[in-house]
Ligand binder design. Structure first.
Ligand code: ADP
Ligand code: MG
Length: 574
């Protein structure tokens, strides 16, 4: 776990220092051997052949014969090392993002589209595998090659080397021009990739809506616009990329001609040996090959930089959720709000100056028009969000002083829309409490009025729930959500319109069950149907984030205020 703290690529590489060292070692050997061969050729042509030295001849031939084996095997080891290092970096970055996400508050992670985050997790591979294994390490190797070759060439014939080196700045400037032209395109490409991932995920989850509203044409138009724009950008970027390659290729072809012509003249004048020219004619293409590799690596790095930035954008977010050590203490269930105010984006007050105390064992109904802050109130108790003003107490202790695990093991929340994994029913139930026994699971399902339904399924508890539980009806999902919470045996139960999708009969049954199960525990039920909470010890009436009324059904009816109006609207005929 400790190594998860390091977030910079440098720190991660440091953890892999053995492999890095090994890689560097084999790289140095590799460069040495590649430099050796042309030199051997030179000695062969200039000394062994004219002087008819047989031992030298065979010795040199042996070196020439062995060097390809050495070069390739050293290269293979080096590649393997860099592959490991790159893979390690990729894996660590992925882990870091996943871990970071669980340490963010909903206000932060809901700013990103889910597809965009998925894309960033995916593109970690581009840092480790592409950037490190296939780009940076080869670039270092080729830079070493360039320096080595230049050194050896200088040693052999400095005049010729200067002629060659003279070409390099010109090439550099030319390629730089095109690279600079490509860079803004690359930024746009990355930006578009992000948006495309975000849109694609949304499109897939909204497919039914697209079909329902007959909007396929409109979506296709939008997609085509996208696809065309993206392709155009890619083509432009590829054009500049190809042009730089072209320039280097051209330089190589032209350069080889110059080397040979200039070399021939030098040989005629007796300033150069044939062996040197042969060596040069091998070194020179090698040099350009390396140059090209460095150039490509540079382009790739430019291409990856914006993606790295996107990954760091998430990694550098401060941890909003600090996991404290657990205490496992059982709470009694007293909840107190002390002048609590909260808004999602410091704009409207979703909860304004709210104060109340709920005693252990109380059954509280929460009602109010949509958007009045009922769900937000429950989320605040769960500490998904932090109030901007005021404090929330549980058993007289600020909820901020509980560890998240402790707090959430005491409170069960049945959300408005139940999220289920695309796994078996059993998996989803055990997700709520991994230690639950089969007997407990069955019992909780029975109490949640879902056991019969599950047992009638062909695969029973092993039935796989479709993605986002689409194979289940809203009511079935709600009842599974209730079973999940029952399995957790919380001291405090929060329910957000838990039975809104059930028929009146099932609802009444379930209500009676829940009341029995949670006898003596603190229960907060948000209800749209007012009859659901009619028997509550107290009913809280919310409007525009304010607690405007509080009391039993009879008291509130007597008040003839908002609750009275809402009740009469819903049950006019009765
Ligand atoms: P209720 O459950 O009473 O219908 P909510 O608590 O869900 O109401 O919402 C209260 C207000 O907060 C609404 O005006 C809603 O638009 C806003 N709201 C809810 N969730 C978010 C969110 N994640 N980001 C920004 N605003 C939100
Ligand atoms: Mg709500």
């Amino acid at each position: 776990m400790d190594e998860m703290k390091s977030t910079s690529m440098y720190q991660l590489m440091k953890l892999q220092y053995k492999r890095v060292l090994l890689g560097v070692l084999f790289m140095t050997f590799g460069v040495g051997i590649q430099l050796l061969s042309p030199w051997v050729m030179k000695i062969l042509v200039d000394q062994a052949i004219p002087q008819k030295k047989q031992t030298l001849l065979y010795g040199l031939i042996l070196i020439l014969a062995l060097s390809p084996f050495l070069v390739t095997s050293l290269g293979a080891i080096r590649n393997q090392m860099t592959h490991y290092i790159g893979g390690y970096v990729t894996d660590q970055f992925r882990r870091l993002i996943f871990r970071k996400l669980t340490r963010l508050s909903p206000t932060t992670y809901y700013q990103f589209r889910s597809g965009e985050i998925a894309n960033r997790i995916y593109s970690c591979g581009e840092i480790g595998d592409s950037l490190i294994s296939q780009t940076i390490v080869p670039a270092i190797f080729d830079t070493c090659m360039l320096v080595g070759i230049t050194g050896v060439m200088f040693y052999m014939n400095w005049k010729m080397t200067i002629v060659i080196l003279f070409m390099l700045p010109i090439l550099y400037i030319l390629t730089q021009i095109f690279t600079n032209k490509a860079r803004p395109k690359i930024d746009q490409i990355i930006q578009m990739q992000q948006e495309l991932s975000g849109y694609s995920t949304e499109f897939v989850s909204g497919l039914k809506t697209v079909q329902k509203f007959n909007q396929a044409e409109r979506e296709h138009e939008y997609q085509d616009h996208w696809i065309n724009k993206y392709r155009k950008l890619r083509n432009r970027a590829a054009f500049f990329d190809n042009f730089t390659t072209l320039i280097v290729d051209f330089g190589r072809a032209l350069g080889l001609g110059i080397v040979f012509s200039y070399g021939a003249i030098q040989i005629m004048k007796g300033h150069m040996t044939v062996g040197s020219l042969i060596a040069f004619s091998v070194y020179f293409p090698q040099m350009f090959g390396s140059l090209q590799e460095v150039q490509t690596a540079y382009m790739r790095t430019e291409l990856t930089k914006p993606k790295v930035k996107l990954i760091y954008e998430i990694l550098q977010l401060p941890d909003e959720i600090v996991y404290l050590p657990r205490e496992h203490s059982q709470v009694e269930g007293k909840i107190k709000f002390d002048q609590v105010s909260f808004s999602y984006d410091d704009g409207r007050g979703e909860i304004s100056d709210m104060s109340f105390t709920i005693l252990p064992g109380e059954f509280i109904g929460i009602v109010g028009p949509t958007g009045s802050g009922k769900s937000t109130l429950l989320d605040l108790i769960m500490r998904f969000y932090q109030p901007q003003k005021g404090r929330i107490f549980l058993d007289g202790k600020d909820i901020a002083s509980y560890s998240y695990e402790d707090l959430r093991s005491q409170i069960g929340l049945v959300s408005q829309d139940v999220f289920l994994w695309n796994q078996s029913i059993l998996y989803n139930l055990k997700y709520a409490n991994p230690e639950a026994t089969e007997k407990e699971i069955k019992m909780c399902c029975e109490k949640a009025q879902i056991l019969e339904f599950i047992q009638e399924l062909p695969d029973g508890f092993d039935t796989i729930i479709g993605e986002r539980g689409v194979k289940l009806s809203g009511g079935e999902k709600q009842r599974l959500g209730i079973a999940q919470v029952l399995l957790r045996k919380p001291q405090i139960l929060l329910m957000d319109e838990p039975t809104s999708a059930l028929d009146a009969n099932t609802e009444a049954l379930l209500q009676r069950q829940l009341k029995n199960i949670f006898l003596g525990k603190t229960v907060l039920v948000v209800a749209h149907r007012l009859a659901t909470v009619r028997d509550a010890d107290r009913i809280f009436v919310l409007k525009d984030g304010r607690l405007i009324e509080m009391g039993t059904h009879e008291e509130l009816m007597k008040n003839q205020s908002l609750y009275y109006r809402l009740f009469n609207e819903q049950y006019k005929e009765k």
